[in-house]
Design a protein around this ligand. Structure first.
Ligand code: DGT
Ligand code: CA
Ligand code: CA
Ligand code: ZN
Length: 582
């Protein structure tokens, strides 16, 4: 087994260190020790190498903020997956106190006070106490705090427990890589909602083709990321990995691989309709294959080995997983009229990214070099305006300095091109956060809402479409403002936004940020049908986040997008030409 399959990842280690910090405070130890662990966690999240490598090469001291006690915890985590300090603290702090910390706005000191006085250890109890104003009687808790706690709990209850697509995918890829290495199985595929690029994932489904299931099941439940085994059967097993994510594994005979993959990719609605279509042709479709039914047919197999065979035997073209939602794809496949979906390899550049000039992690030069290495022809840097909430927005002087830096890099990296732009805030009153003379210097102006989300639908719609009517605005970013599993979309009339896009030539963004995936898929389809131009962006704040373009494209594909509807599949000149007249 490769060492890296065993290793606990940097994020997981950072999470344990953060939790040690929380536990130290909950226990009432010196808060400065807690600060040390949290600072180390932050430094680790910014690392570009696996900690296991640093431990192996005895280079932990190179990480800022990592002193001897933190280094010891990291070494233990890397080698055993556990930390003594963490376990001691867990034993010393009443279970349930950490639960209270899950409520944003409740820090360790507040949690401690609440627990000491009211013996509360669950979120439901906390909510009840806040509603009865019992928190107000506690030292250092004000009416505002109590109100915020209630709001936070309401937001927590918004969560469905589903995982973000990119988190589920990381966990799934880790498991698939391990299974390949550990079992030698060749045909392994991710199925279910993850293969369909659904925006959130209930559980991960993996299908393996093999004549002998037992050794694969055995390897699966012993996987290095497995925290709990839910079920272990002959052909189906389920485990829980980090963050409570469930992974289901099915092992099927190689001859049934296509039928199984199709069945377990779903969606359920797609499968139901396929089975209905099969029955009308006197065929039976299940996870083993497509069979003839009736007395004389004796279950004769028609197709099973590949998805293409099964669809083909039903008179259908192969349907890309992103379309399998029973939204008309089966009729289109029967008519040989499926769209030729856009692919991530067709993307020529990214038009929404951030650098260390504002709240991004990496310098402009690094972002540009990575984009060039990806094969892009161009990259737009769209750092934030100074508006509300954007603490590091660019002042006019710094915009000038950034333009100069980009000009230098453009000479060096030619023909690759950095496009200098901005993500300008649309203020609550609809005004843009930069004056026109600044916007006029920038080649891409993406306008977006980052504040006053509670406006009425009429106000918000006027605010957004008003910005789209501004001649210097190129695109509208993350149009619904939703944050998956965190924040509802704000009230906005998307039909009006699409109409404004068509009327003014403003592009609508499909933002690939894993929490956003915004514009959502069903609206993408409507926007395309009505002739709007879309732009797929990563909204990267670090070099590796440029890979989020794949999530934007996956979402666009779910909206039936072809190359022609996505402006950044064009080259530099054609993309700049596609901007509205300024
Ligand atoms: P999720 O996990 O909620 O994000 O969504 P899916 O689509 O991955 O759903 P899941 O994991 O329950 O099942 C994966 C696919 O397998 C599903 O789309 C259809 C198929 N499937 C699984 N179990 C059953 C079943 O008991 N009956 C039927 N009809 N289909 C099933
Ligand atoms: Ca699933
Ligand atoms: Ca499942
Ligand atoms: Zn942004």
């Amino acid at each position: 087994m490769p060492l890296d399959a065993l290793a606990i990842g940097n994020d997981a280690i950072a999470k344990v260190l953060d939790e040690i910090g929380d536990l130290i405070e909950l226990k009432g130890e010196n808060v400065f020790r807690a600060v040390t662990y949290r600072a180390a966690a932050r430094a680790i999240r910014d690392l570009r190498e696996p900690l296991s490598k640093l431990v192996e090469e005895k280079r932990l001291k190179e990480i800022p903020k990592v002193g001897p006690s933190v280094a010891e915890a990291i070494e233990q985590l890397v080698t055993t997956g556990r930390s003594k300090r963490h376990e001691e603290l867990q034993a010393a702090v009443p279970p349930g106190l950490l639960t209270l910390l899950r409520v944003p706005g409740v820090g360790p000191a507040t949690a401690r006070t609440i627990y000491d006085h009211l013996k509360i250890t669950s979120i439901d109890e906390l909510e009840e106490a806040a509603k009865d104003h019992r928190l107000l009687q506690l030292p250092k808790i004000q009416a505002k705090t109590e109100e915020n706690i209630l709001k936070s709990i309401a937001a927590l209850k918004q969560r469905t427990g589903r995982s973000l697509l990119h988190e589920a995918r990381a966990a799934a890829n880790e498991m698939v890589a391990y299974l390949r290495a550990a079992t030698g199985a060749e045909r392994i595929s991710i199925a279910g909602s993850l293969r369909r690029y659904r925006e959130t994932i209930g559980d991960v489904d993996i299908v393996v083709a093999s004549e002998s299931a037992a050794p694969i099941m055995e390897a699966f439940v012993r996987g290095p990321t497995v925290e709990r085994i839910l079920a272990q059967g002959e052909t189906k097993s389920s485990v829980v990995v980090s963050r409570g994510l469930q992974i289901d594994l099915r092992v099927v005979p190689p001859a049934s691989y296509g039928a199984a993959l199709l069945y377990f990719t779903g969606s359920k609605e797609h499968n139901v309709r396929l089975r209905g279509l099969a029955l009308r042709r006197k065929l039976l479709l299940n996870e083993y294959g497509l069979y003839r039914v009736g007395a004389e047919a004796r279950g004769q197999e028609i197709a099973a080995e590949t998805e293409e065979d099964v669809y083909g035997a039903l008179g259908l073209d192969w349907i890309p997983p992103e379309l399998r939602e029973d939204r008309g794809e089966i009729d289109a496949a029967a008519a040989h009229a499926l769209p030729k979906l856009v692919g991530v390899e067709q993307v020529r550049g990214d038009l929404h990214t951030h650098t260390s000039w504002t709240d991004g992690r990496d310098p402009l030069a690094d972002m540009a070099r990575r984009a060039k290495a990806k094969g892009y022809a161009y990259l737009a840097v769209t750092d934030h305006s100074p508006g509300l909430g954007m603490t590091y927005g660019l002042s006019p002087e710094r915009i000038q300095a950034r333009l100069a830096e980009a000009a230098g890099l453009n000479t060096e990296l030619a023909p690759f091109r950095i496009i200098v732009g901005t993500e300008v805030d649309i203020r609550a009153n609809g005004k843009l956060d930069y004056p026109d003379e600044i916007l006029a210097k920038l080649d891409i102006v993406s306008a977006s809402v980052h504040s006053s989300f509670a406006q009425t639908r009429e106000q918000m719609t006027a605010r957004v479409t008003g910005a789209m009517r501004h001649p210097l605005v190129t695109a509208v970013s993350h149009p619904t403002g939703r944050l998956l599993e965190k924040r509802e979309a704000h009230a906005v009339d998307l039909d009006a936004v699409i109409a404004a896009a068509v009327e003014t030539g403003t592009w609508i963004e499909v933002n690939g940020g894993p929490e956003r995936l915004d514009l959502p898929d069903t609206w993408i389809r409507k926007a395309i049908e009505r002739g709007a131009t879309l732009v797929t962006n990563s909204d990267a704040h670090a070099i590796e986040e440029l890979e989020w373009m794949d999530l934007a494209i996956g979402t666009a594909r779910r909206g039936w997008a072809t190359e022609g509807s996505i402006v950044n599949t064009r080259g530099l000149a054609a993309t700049m030409e596609a901007r509205k007249k300024r």
